[in-house]
Design a protein around this ligand. Structure first.
Ligand SMILES: Nc1nc2c(c(=O)[nH]1)N[C@H]1C(S)=C(S)[C@@H](COP(=O)(O)O)O[C@H]1N2
Ligand SMILES: [Mo]
Length: 394
Protein backbone atom coordinates (compact mmCIF):
# COMPACT_ATOMS: atom_id res chain seq x y z
CA UNK A 1 0.00 0.00 0.00
CA UNK A 2 2.45 2.63 -1.15
CA UNK A 3 1.45 6.05 -0.03
CA UNK A 4 0.69 5.22 3.61
CA UNK A 5 2.42 7.24 6.28
CA UNK A 6 2.91 6.69 9.95
CA UNK A 7 1.34 8.87 12.63
CA UNK A 8 2.49 12.46 12.96
CA UNK A 9 2.29 12.55 16.75
CA UNK A 10 3.19 10.35 19.70
CA UNK A 11 -0.31 9.43 20.91
CA UNK A 12 -0.17 5.85 19.58
CA UNK A 13 3.20 4.65 20.85
CA UNK A 14 3.47 1.00 21.99
CA UNK A 15 4.01 0.15 25.67
CA UNK A 16 7.59 -0.56 26.63
CA UNK A 17 9.55 -2.45 29.29
CA UNK A 18 9.87 -0.45 32.50
CA UNK A 19 13.57 -1.13 32.97
CA UNK A 20 14.59 0.70 29.77
CA UNK A 21 16.55 3.87 30.33
CA UNK A 22 14.91 6.56 28.21
CA UNK A 23 17.41 8.84 26.45
CA UNK A 24 14.75 10.71 24.46
CA UNK A 25 10.99 10.32 24.83
CA UNK A 26 9.78 11.76 21.50
CA UNK A 27 11.12 10.20 19.32
CA UNK A 28 11.51 7.20 21.62
CA UNK A 29 15.15 6.28 22.18
CA UNK A 30 15.97 3.90 24.99
CA UNK A 31 18.45 1.24 26.09
CA UNK A 32 18.37 -1.54 28.70
CA UNK A 33 20.65 -1.69 31.76
CA UNK A 34 23.93 -3.18 30.48
CA UNK A 35 23.64 -6.13 32.88
CA UNK A 36 20.63 -7.29 30.80
CA UNK A 37 22.84 -7.67 27.72
CA UNK A 38 25.01 -10.38 29.27
CA UNK A 39 22.21 -12.36 30.84
CA UNK A 40 21.23 -13.94 27.50
CA UNK A 41 23.08 -14.47 24.21
CA UNK A 42 19.93 -13.45 22.29
CA UNK A 43 18.49 -10.19 23.59
CA UNK A 44 14.72 -10.38 24.21
CA UNK A 45 12.79 -7.93 22.00
CA UNK A 46 11.43 -5.89 24.91
CA UNK A 47 14.97 -5.23 26.21
CA UNK A 48 16.51 -4.60 22.78
CA UNK A 49 17.54 -0.94 22.39
CA UNK A 50 15.06 1.22 20.52
CA UNK A 51 16.26 3.90 18.13
CA UNK A 52 13.64 5.98 16.32
CA UNK A 53 13.47 9.30 14.48
CA UNK A 54 9.69 9.75 14.56
CA UNK A 55 6.46 8.23 15.90
CA UNK A 56 6.06 4.44 15.56
CA UNK A 57 3.93 3.52 12.51
CA UNK A 58 0.87 1.29 12.76
CA UNK A 59 0.27 -1.31 10.05
CA UNK A 60 -2.97 -3.09 10.85
CA UNK A 61 -4.03 -4.62 7.55
CA UNK A 62 -1.28 -7.12 6.87
CA UNK A 63 -3.13 -8.59 3.84
CA UNK A 64 -2.92 -5.26 2.07
CA UNK A 65 0.62 -4.44 3.16
CA UNK A 66 3.11 -4.51 0.31
CA UNK A 67 6.57 -3.30 -0.64
CA UNK A 68 6.95 -1.69 -4.02
CA UNK A 69 10.17 -2.27 -5.90
CA UNK A 70 10.89 0.45 -8.42
CA UNK A 71 13.57 2.64 -9.95
CA UNK A 72 16.03 1.42 -12.58
CA UNK A 73 14.17 -1.79 -13.43
CA UNK A 74 11.93 -2.92 -16.27
CA UNK A 75 8.62 -2.76 -14.37
CA UNK A 76 7.67 -1.64 -10.88
CA UNK A 77 6.53 -4.59 -8.77
CA UNK A 78 4.36 -4.88 -5.67
CA UNK A 79 5.50 -7.58 -3.28
CA UNK A 80 3.01 -8.69 -0.61
CA UNK A 81 3.79 -10.42 2.68
CA UNK A 82 2.58 -13.72 1.21
CA UNK A 83 5.12 -13.36 -1.63
CA UNK A 84 7.91 -12.70 0.83
CA UNK A 85 6.85 -15.63 3.02
CA UNK A 86 6.85 -17.90 -0.03
CA UNK A 87 10.58 -17.33 -0.58
CA UNK A 88 13.04 -19.55 1.37
CA UNK A 89 13.18 -18.43 5.01
CA UNK A 90 16.57 -17.75 6.59
CA UNK A 91 17.39 -17.29 10.27
CA UNK A 92 20.42 -15.05 10.70
CA UNK A 93 21.87 -14.24 14.11
CA UNK A 94 23.07 -10.66 13.86
CA UNK A 95 24.12 -7.97 16.32
CA UNK A 96 22.66 -4.56 15.62
CA UNK A 97 24.65 -1.62 16.91
CA UNK A 98 23.78 2.05 16.70
CA UNK A 99 26.72 4.14 15.48
CA UNK A 100 26.02 6.35 18.53
CA UNK A 101 26.62 3.57 21.07
CA UNK A 102 28.85 4.95 23.90
CA UNK A 103 28.31 8.53 22.72
CA UNK A 104 27.87 9.89 26.27
CA UNK A 105 31.42 8.84 27.14
CA UNK A 106 32.74 10.63 24.04
CA UNK A 107 30.82 13.80 24.91
CA UNK A 108 32.82 14.06 28.16
CA UNK A 109 35.89 14.96 26.10
CA UNK A 110 34.09 17.74 24.23
CA UNK A 111 30.42 18.35 23.34
CA UNK A 112 29.01 16.21 20.54
CA UNK A 113 25.62 16.33 18.84
CA UNK A 114 23.18 13.42 19.14
CA UNK A 115 21.16 11.25 21.51
CA UNK A 116 23.20 10.42 24.62
CA UNK A 117 23.73 6.66 24.67
CA UNK A 118 25.41 4.60 27.35
CA UNK A 119 26.91 1.24 26.39
CA UNK A 120 23.69 -0.60 25.50
CA UNK A 121 22.75 0.76 22.06
CA UNK A 122 23.65 -2.71 20.80
CA UNK A 123 21.88 -6.07 21.01
CA UNK A 124 21.79 -9.49 19.40
CA UNK A 125 18.84 -11.35 17.87
CA UNK A 126 17.95 -14.08 15.41
CA UNK A 127 16.23 -12.40 12.49
CA UNK A 128 13.94 -14.50 10.31
CA UNK A 129 12.95 -13.55 6.80
CA UNK A 130 13.70 -13.67 3.10
CA UNK A 131 17.06 -12.79 1.62
CA UNK A 132 17.05 -9.48 -0.21
CA UNK A 133 18.96 -11.21 -3.03
CA UNK A 134 15.98 -13.57 -3.53
CA UNK A 135 13.52 -10.67 -3.45
CA UNK A 136 15.51 -8.75 -6.06
CA UNK A 137 15.54 -11.81 -8.28
CA UNK A 138 11.74 -11.49 -8.44
CA UNK A 139 12.22 -8.23 -10.34
CA UNK A 140 14.83 -9.66 -12.65
CA UNK A 141 17.99 -8.61 -10.81
CA UNK A 142 20.14 -11.70 -10.72
CA UNK A 143 22.23 -12.70 -7.74
CA UNK A 144 25.79 -11.41 -7.64
CA UNK A 145 25.32 -8.52 -10.04
CA UNK A 146 27.00 -5.27 -9.12
CA UNK A 147 25.32 -3.26 -11.88
CA UNK A 148 21.78 -3.90 -13.08
CA UNK A 149 20.65 -3.65 -16.66
CA UNK A 150 19.52 -0.02 -16.38
CA UNK A 151 22.54 1.30 -14.50
CA UNK A 152 21.43 0.63 -10.93
CA UNK A 153 24.31 0.57 -8.43
CA UNK A 154 22.59 1.10 -5.09
CA UNK A 155 19.50 -0.23 -3.38
CA UNK A 156 17.51 2.32 -1.40
CA UNK A 157 15.08 1.41 1.38
CA UNK A 158 12.27 3.84 2.20
CA UNK A 159 10.06 3.66 5.27
CA UNK A 160 6.71 5.19 6.29
CA UNK A 161 7.69 7.02 9.48
CA UNK A 162 7.73 10.82 9.63
CA UNK A 163 11.11 12.25 10.63
CA UNK A 164 11.82 15.90 11.35
CA UNK A 165 15.31 15.61 9.84
CA UNK A 166 13.56 14.75 6.54
CA UNK A 167 11.05 17.61 7.04
CA UNK A 168 8.32 15.14 7.92
CA UNK A 169 9.34 12.67 5.21
CA UNK A 170 10.24 9.02 5.78
CA UNK A 171 13.49 7.52 7.03
CA UNK A 172 15.60 6.09 4.21
CA UNK A 173 19.02 4.60 3.52
CA UNK A 174 20.84 2.64 0.84
CA UNK A 175 23.43 -0.09 0.43
CA UNK A 176 25.48 -1.02 -2.65
CA UNK A 177 23.71 -3.28 -5.15
CA UNK A 178 26.64 -5.71 -4.97
CA UNK A 179 25.94 -6.28 -1.27
CA UNK A 180 22.17 -6.44 -1.78
CA UNK A 181 22.45 -9.13 -4.45
CA UNK A 182 25.11 -11.18 -2.66
CA UNK A 183 23.39 -14.07 -0.85
CA UNK A 184 26.48 -14.45 1.38
CA UNK A 185 25.99 -10.93 2.76
CA UNK A 186 22.81 -12.26 4.44
CA UNK A 187 20.88 -9.01 3.95
CA UNK A 188 17.33 -9.85 5.03
CA UNK A 189 13.84 -8.52 4.71
CA UNK A 190 12.97 -9.74 8.19
CA UNK A 191 9.50 -10.41 9.55
CA UNK A 192 10.64 -12.25 12.69
CA UNK A 193 12.84 -11.43 15.66
CA UNK A 194 13.83 -14.30 17.99
CA UNK A 195 11.16 -16.53 16.46
CA UNK A 196 8.28 -14.07 17.03
CA UNK A 197 6.72 -11.64 14.56
CA UNK A 198 8.57 -8.30 14.69
CA UNK A 199 6.95 -5.91 17.14
CA UNK A 200 6.02 -2.35 16.21
CA UNK A 201 9.10 -0.78 17.80
CA UNK A 202 11.42 -2.96 15.73
CA UNK A 203 9.72 -2.54 12.36
CA UNK A 204 6.49 -4.55 12.13
CA UNK A 205 5.62 -5.98 9.70
CA UNK A 206 8.91 -5.92 7.73
CA UNK A 207 12.35 -4.41 8.13
CA UNK A 208 15.73 -4.62 6.50
CA UNK A 209 18.60 -6.23 8.41
CA UNK A 210 22.06 -5.45 7.04
CA UNK A 211 24.37 -7.63 9.15
CA UNK A 212 27.74 -6.21 10.19
CA UNK A 213 26.75 -2.64 9.29
CA UNK A 214 25.75 0.24 11.62
CA UNK A 215 22.09 0.01 12.63
CA UNK A 216 21.18 3.14 10.63
CA UNK A 217 21.08 1.14 7.37
CA UNK A 218 18.64 -1.48 8.69
CA UNK A 219 15.47 0.40 7.74
CA UNK A 220 12.33 -0.45 9.74
CA UNK A 221 8.70 -0.42 8.44
CA UNK A 222 9.89 -0.92 4.87
CA UNK A 223 7.61 0.39 2.15
CA UNK A 224 9.67 0.99 -0.99
CA UNK A 225 12.85 -0.49 -2.46
CA UNK A 226 14.40 1.71 -5.15
CA UNK A 227 17.14 0.61 -7.50
CA UNK A 228 19.19 3.78 -8.00
CA UNK A 229 22.41 4.90 -9.68
CA UNK A 230 23.81 7.06 -6.84
CA UNK A 231 23.66 6.30 -3.14
CA UNK A 232 20.58 7.53 -1.25
CA UNK A 233 20.50 11.34 -0.97
CA UNK A 234 18.51 11.32 2.28
CA UNK A 235 19.60 13.13 5.44
CA UNK A 236 20.67 10.00 7.34
CA UNK A 237 23.03 8.92 4.56
CA UNK A 238 24.41 12.30 3.47
CA UNK A 239 24.30 14.54 6.57
CA UNK A 240 24.56 12.14 9.47
CA UNK A 241 26.37 8.91 10.38
CA UNK A 242 29.67 9.98 8.88
CA UNK A 243 32.92 9.83 10.82
CA UNK A 244 34.92 13.06 10.82
CA UNK A 245 38.42 13.64 12.16
CA UNK A 246 38.86 15.41 15.53
CA UNK A 247 39.86 18.63 13.73
CA UNK A 248 36.45 19.10 12.10
CA UNK A 249 33.82 21.13 13.92
CA UNK A 250 30.46 22.64 12.99
CA UNK A 251 32.00 25.77 11.47
CA UNK A 252 34.28 23.90 9.04
CA UNK A 253 32.26 20.77 8.25
CA UNK A 254 31.94 19.64 4.63
CA UNK A 255 29.52 16.71 4.62
CA UNK A 256 30.21 15.68 1.04
CA UNK A 257 33.90 15.16 1.81
CA UNK A 258 33.18 11.90 3.67
CA UNK A 259 31.60 8.59 2.82
CA UNK A 260 28.63 7.31 4.80
CA UNK A 261 29.65 4.87 7.54
CA UNK A 262 28.77 1.27 6.70
CA UNK A 263 30.60 -1.57 8.60
CA UNK A 264 31.04 -0.93 12.30
CA UNK A 265 34.53 -1.34 13.79
CA UNK A 266 35.68 -3.69 16.55
CA UNK A 267 33.92 -2.93 19.83
CA UNK A 268 33.90 -4.39 23.33
CA UNK A 269 32.33 -3.38 26.65
CA UNK A 270 32.31 -4.66 30.23
CA UNK A 271 28.69 -5.09 31.39
CA UNK A 272 29.03 -6.81 34.78
CA UNK A 273 30.31 -3.71 36.59
CA UNK A 274 29.23 -0.09 36.39
CA UNK A 275 31.92 2.59 36.23
CA UNK A 276 32.87 4.12 39.62
CA UNK A 277 31.41 1.28 41.68
CA UNK A 278 32.53 -0.06 45.02
CA UNK A 279 33.25 -3.78 45.22
CA UNK A 280 34.50 -6.18 47.89
CA UNK A 281 38.13 -7.33 47.71
CA UNK A 282 38.39 -10.89 46.39
CA UNK A 283 37.07 -12.72 43.35
CA UNK A 284 35.39 -10.52 40.75
CA UNK A 285 33.59 -11.57 37.59
CA UNK A 286 34.29 -9.32 34.61
CA UNK A 287 32.03 -10.00 31.66
CA UNK A 288 30.66 -8.21 28.64
CA UNK A 289 30.17 -8.25 24.89
CA UNK A 290 32.53 -7.97 21.91
CA UNK A 291 31.46 -7.49 18.29
CA UNK A 292 32.96 -6.46 14.99
CA UNK A 293 31.34 -5.45 11.70
CA UNK A 294 31.69 -6.80 8.17
CA UNK A 295 31.41 -10.43 9.29
CA UNK A 296 34.75 -10.22 11.08
CA UNK A 297 34.43 -12.52 14.07
CA UNK A 298 36.02 -11.95 17.46
CA UNK A 299 39.48 -13.44 17.75
CA UNK A 300 40.19 -12.54 21.36
CA UNK A 301 39.26 -10.29 24.27
CA UNK A 302 41.98 -8.98 26.61
CA UNK A 303 41.17 -7.88 30.15
CA UNK A 304 43.41 -5.93 32.53
CA UNK A 305 42.76 -5.29 36.21
CA UNK A 306 45.81 -3.06 36.71
CA UNK A 307 45.04 -0.20 34.36
CA UNK A 308 46.65 -1.87 31.32
CA UNK A 309 50.02 -2.98 32.74
CA UNK A 310 49.22 -6.68 32.37
CA UNK A 311 46.52 -8.52 30.43
CA UNK A 312 44.72 -11.84 30.54
CA UNK A 313 42.66 -13.47 27.84
CA UNK A 314 38.95 -13.77 28.49
CA UNK A 315 36.93 -16.87 27.68
CA UNK A 316 33.69 -16.85 25.74
CA UNK A 317 30.87 -18.03 27.86
CA UNK A 318 28.39 -18.63 25.12
CA UNK A 319 30.65 -21.37 23.84
CA UNK A 320 32.65 -22.22 26.93
CA UNK A 321 34.61 -25.44 26.69
CA UNK A 322 34.46 -25.54 22.90
CA UNK A 323 37.98 -25.19 21.52
CA UNK A 324 38.76 -23.11 18.45
CA UNK A 325 38.41 -25.15 15.26
CA UNK A 326 39.75 -23.70 12.03
CA UNK A 327 36.97 -24.48 9.61
CA UNK A 328 33.66 -23.10 8.46
CA UNK A 329 31.63 -24.11 11.46
CA UNK A 330 31.82 -20.64 13.01
CA UNK A 331 30.17 -19.13 9.97
CA UNK A 332 26.67 -19.25 11.36
CA UNK A 333 27.48 -16.58 13.93
CA UNK A 334 29.90 -14.39 11.97
CA UNK A 335 27.49 -11.44 12.31
CA UNK A 336 26.90 -11.95 16.02
CA UNK A 337 28.56 -10.75 19.18
CA UNK A 338 30.60 -12.86 21.58
CA UNK A 339 29.99 -12.70 25.32
CA UNK A 340 33.23 -12.91 27.28
CA UNK A 341 34.24 -13.38 30.91
CA UNK A 342 37.19 -13.47 33.26
CA UNK A 343 37.09 -14.20 36.98
CA UNK A 344 40.02 -12.82 38.92
CA UNK A 345 41.17 -11.45 42.28
CA UNK A 346 41.07 -7.71 42.91
CA UNK A 347 42.48 -6.33 46.18
CA UNK A 348 42.92 -2.58 45.62
CA UNK A 349 41.28 0.38 43.93
CA UNK A 350 42.03 0.06 40.23
CA UNK A 351 41.02 0.57 36.62
CA UNK A 352 39.64 -2.49 34.82
CA UNK A 353 39.98 -2.45 31.01
CA UNK A 354 38.68 -4.62 28.20
CA UNK A 355 39.75 -4.53 24.56
CA UNK A 356 39.04 -6.93 21.72
CA UNK A 357 40.75 -8.13 18.54
CA UNK A 358 38.76 -9.22 15.46
CA UNK A 359 39.54 -11.87 12.85
CA UNK A 360 41.36 -9.29 10.69
CA UNK A 361 43.59 -8.36 13.65
CA UNK A 362 41.92 -4.98 14.11
CA UNK A 363 42.27 -3.58 17.63
CA UNK A 364 40.37 -0.86 19.46
CA UNK A 365 41.83 2.63 19.95
CA UNK A 366 43.29 3.15 23.40
CA UNK A 367 41.87 6.60 24.08
CA UNK A 368 38.57 8.22 23.23
CA UNK A 369 40.33 11.62 22.81
CA UNK A 370 41.97 10.46 19.58
CA UNK A 371 38.74 9.41 17.91
CA UNK A 372 36.53 12.29 19.12
CA UNK A 373 34.21 13.46 16.33
CA UNK A 374 31.49 16.10 16.35
CA UNK A 375 28.63 13.61 15.82
CA UNK A 376 29.95 11.39 18.58
CA UNK A 377 29.83 8.20 16.55
CA UNK A 378 31.85 5.00 16.76
CA UNK A 379 33.23 5.35 20.25
CA UNK A 380 35.11 2.06 20.27
CA UNK A 381 37.87 3.11 22.63
CA UNK A 382 39.12 0.66 25.30
CA UNK A 383 36.35 0.24 27.83
CA UNK A 384 37.52 1.37 31.28
CA UNK A 385 35.83 0.83 34.63
CA UNK A 386 37.08 2.51 37.80
CA UNK A 387 36.47 0.45 40.94
CA UNK A 388 36.81 1.29 44.61
CA UNK A 389 37.68 -1.79 46.64
CA UNK A 390 36.67 -2.26 50.26
CA UNK A 391 38.26 -4.84 52.56
CA UNK A 392 36.58 -8.24 52.23
CA UNK A 393 36.27 -8.53 56.04
CA UNK A 394 34.69 -5.14 56.25
N1 LIG B 1 12.29 3.58 9.48
C1 LIG B 1 13.31 3.73 10.32
N2 LIG B 1 14.30 2.81 10.32
C2 LIG B 1 15.33 2.94 11.18
C3 LIG B 1 15.45 4.03 12.06
C4 LIG B 1 14.39 4.98 12.06
O1 LIG B 1 14.37 5.96 12.81
N3 LIG B 1 13.34 4.80 11.17
N4 LIG B 1 16.55 4.15 12.88
C5 LIG B 1 17.76 3.45 12.45
C6 LIG B 1 18.83 3.41 13.44
S1 LIG B 1 19.80 4.80 13.58
C7 LIG B 1 19.12 2.27 14.16
S2 LIG B 1 20.46 2.20 15.17
C8 LIG B 1 18.26 1.07 14.06
C9 LIG B 1 17.70 0.71 15.41
O2 LIG B 1 16.89 -0.43 15.32
P1 LIG B 1 16.05 -0.90 16.57
O3 LIG B 1 15.21 0.24 17.07
O4 LIG B 1 15.27 -2.07 16.09
O5 LIG B 1 17.04 -1.31 17.65
O6 LIG B 1 17.16 1.25 13.17
C10 LIG B 1 17.44 2.02 12.02
N5 LIG B 1 16.29 1.97 11.15
MO1 LIG C 1 21.56 4.32 15.00
Amino acid sequence: MPGITGPSDYSTEPTRHSSLQINSKEPFNAEPPCSALISTYLTPADLFYKRNHGPIPIVDDIEKYSVSISGLIENTKQVFMKDIRMLPKYNVTATLQCAGNRRTAMSKIKTVKGVGWGVSAIANAVWGGAKLSDVLELVGIAKLTSTAKFGGKHVEFVSIDQCKEENGGPYKASIPLSQATNPEADVLLAYEMNGEPLNRDHGYPLRVIVPGVIGARSVKWLEVINIIAEECQGFFVQKDYKMFPPSVNWENINWSSRRPQMDFPIQCVICSLEDMTTIRAGKVNISGYAASGGGRGIERVDVSVDGGKTWMEASRFQKSGIPYIADDCNKSDKWAWVLFEVTTEIQHNTEIIAKAVDSAGNVQPEKVENIWNLRGILNTSWHRIQVQVTDSNF
